[in-house]
Design a protein around this ligand. Structure first.
Ligand SMILES: C[S@@+](CC[C@H](N)C(=O)[O-])C[C@H]1O[C@@H](n2cnc3c(N)ncnc32)[C@H](O)[C@@H]1O
Length: 284
């Protein structure tokens, strides 16, 4: 007679939570539930409703493989293949930064200044969360925004394209080092820039300790000059844009004063700061 499999949902979750907690992963229970729900193609409510349901050998094998990746600190978004941002789901891969909740403030600032006939350029778009969310929020307000999204990583741009097409948006993608490779004709029409560029200095992160950051693309995280090199370069380049009204930048709040001072020297005036994000107005 075949012996019934003794590992059920509750037992698997308990054991996996313990393994994750032992590795000091703070969100151990939630991660274990999300991973099992993903492996079984159910939602978390199903797990809570059926704790005694036995798991097949294949399901256990699949879920254990995912837990083992999480134990190595692979971000959950890479394991699950997506992340929620501003209430919408986005495809995320190991070629794109994992969207952070603090970046939602960029959207709040954008919504305060958007107008019909605006043309947005999202620099360093990654998986496209800012470009796509701005486009969708503008549409909600009957504003048909023209949107350009650029990145130095062609692999990241493939993910942006996928996200835009999943959301049925018409966005123009540009492979460019900051503004350098963007045709002047496009730059001439840009009225708002959003940019969550890399702003972490590598010195700040202990490279020897396990950290989720080690799994994210290094060119999405790190910048020289105390993390400010790329932001400063973009501010200098943006000065030449004839129609630019607003520049929305994200950085660590500890860096804000330096960025504000730099902006002042480039005719940018701070209008508002919201969490990690700064809204600059140009002299236009
Ligand atoms: C911090 S991630 C932000 C991604 C996305 N905008 C977000 O908010 O989640 C920075 C992005 O900037 C891109 N990047 C880095 N250096 C760049 C450069 N010189 N020019 C354009 N993009 C750059 C990276 O490839 C990465 O996608």
């Amino acid at each position: 007679m075949k012996t019934p499999n003794k590992i059920n949902i509750k037992i698997w979750l308990g054991a996996s939570q313990m393994k994750l907690s032992d590795q000091k992963i703070q969100t151990a229970r939630l991660d274990a539930e999300l991973i099992l729900a993903y492996a079984l193609k159910v939602n978390r409510t199903f797990l809570h409703a059926h704790p005694d349901k036995p798991l097949t050998k294949q399901a256990i094998f699949h879920a254990n493989n995912l837990i083992n990746r999480r134990l190595k600190r692979v971000p959950l978004a890479y394991i699950l293949g997506g992340k929620e941002f501003y209430g919408r789901n986005f495809v995320v891969t190991e070629n794109t930064l994992v969207p952070r909740p603090e970046s939602e403030n960029n959207i709040e600032l954008f919504k305060k200044v958007m107008q019909s006939r605006d043309t947005l350029l999202d620099v360093g778009t990654g998986c496209g969360i800012l470009a796509i969310t701005c486009a969708l929020e503008a549409l909600k307000n009957d504003i048909n925004l023209q949107v350009f999204a650029s990145d130095i990583s062609s692999e990241a741009l493939k993910v942006t394209k996928l996200n835009a097409s999943n959301k049925k948006l018409d966005i123009t993608f540009l492979h460019s080092n900051l503004l350098e490779d963007i045709p002047q004709k496009i730059l001439d029409g840009i009225t708002i820039i959003t940019a969550n560029l890399p702003y972490v200095d590598k010195k700040w992160v202990d490279q020897a300790q396990p950290n989720e950051l080690h799994h994210e693309p290094q060119n999405a995280l790190y910048a020289q000059q105390n993390g400010l090199e790329l932001i400063y370069k973009l501010v200098s380049q943006a000065k030449a844009l004839p129609q630019l009204r607003y520049l929305i930048l994200e950085a660590d709040p500890e860096q804000h004063q330096d960025i504000i001072n730099f902006g002042k020297n480039h005719d940018l005036e701070v209008t508002e700061i919201s969490g990690y994000c700064i809204l600059f107005k140009t002299a236009l």
